[in-house]
Design a protein around this ligand. Structure first.
Ligand code: PEP
Length: 246
């Protein structure tokens, strides 16, 4: 862990309803009792819960983010879509973009680039996901893929201060498998090398849990974690945070 704050980003994916929110009281209490430690907890729930979460997090240090948006900064005839400023309007401060589950549905680097630009204009902080598939890893294309995702995703974006990179190997998401220590150190360094200076924060995501976080937290140049499955359970999420900060 390197930077001033350690990030714990909860990606709830398509999980949760209004009843689920009561379980967050445990996390709010935990955060209040841990004022000494410098960490950020950011919940990215489905859009249906952003407003309720941001109300619940008032007067706490917890923050809210969204999981995706339409590329258009303006309103438009896009049935079923929301744009980044609509998400900000209901309380989102962050947004996950480029998640592999959306890339799998056909989201291209070019589309992600448009979404990032729109979210920057809105003033959201972007958690920009990159990562190789198993096939790409097995054919030694990891660096090539990451380079291309970074270059195309951030094309013509000068102001990178709103960008946080989340390295999420696709083969690790939801599988319980994490990269080997040496591999991960190298890959994170490679990602860092793609930026001349003003390095963005870099998170790791993919099957982070209470059993592997002790290993993961020792990887240099990582500023925190993007956590899917384990973040849906407050106890498991707090366990990860505790093991990281202590
Ligand atoms: C994710 O979806 O971003 C993720 C990292 O999921 P999981 O922690 O479940 O692998």
């Amino acid at each position: 862990m390197t930077n001033k704050y350690i990030y714990f980003v909860a990606n709830w994916k398509m999980f949760g309803d209004l009843r689920t929110l009561n379980s967050l009281d445990k996390v709010i209490k935990f955060s209040k009792n841990n004022k000494k430690n410098k960490f950020k907890i950011i919940y990215c729930p489905p859009n249906t819960l952003i407003r309720s979460l941001s109300k619940r997090f008032k007067k706490t240090k917890l923050e809210v983010g969204a999981q995706n948006c339409h590329y258009s900064y303006e309103y438009g005839a896009y049935t079923g879509q929301v744009n980044s400023s609509m998400l900000k309007n209901v309380g989102a401060k962050y947004i996950i973009l480029g998640h592999s589950e959306n890339r799998l549905l056909g989201e291209t680097n070019r589309l992600i680039n448009l979404k990032i630009k729109s979210a920057i204009k809105t003033g959201l902080k972007i958690i920009f996901c990159i990562g190789e598939t198993l096939k790409e890893k097995k054919t030694n294309k990891t660096n090539q893929i990451l380079k291309s995702q970074i270059e195309k995703g951030l094309k013509l974006i000068k102001k990178k201060s709103q960008i946080i990179i989340a390295y999420e190997p696709v083969w690790s998401i939801g599988t319980g498998i994490i990269p080997k220590e040496k591999e991960l150190i190298k890959t994170i360094l490679f990602i860092k090398s793609r930026f001349k200076k003003n390095y963005p924060k870099i998170l790791y995501g993919g099957s982070v849990n209470g059993d592997n976080v002790d290993k993961l937290k020792k990887i240099p140049n990582i500023d925190g974690f993007l956590i899917g499955g384990a973040s849906q359970n407050s106890k498991k999420f707090i366990d990860i945070i505790k093991k990281t900060i202590n």
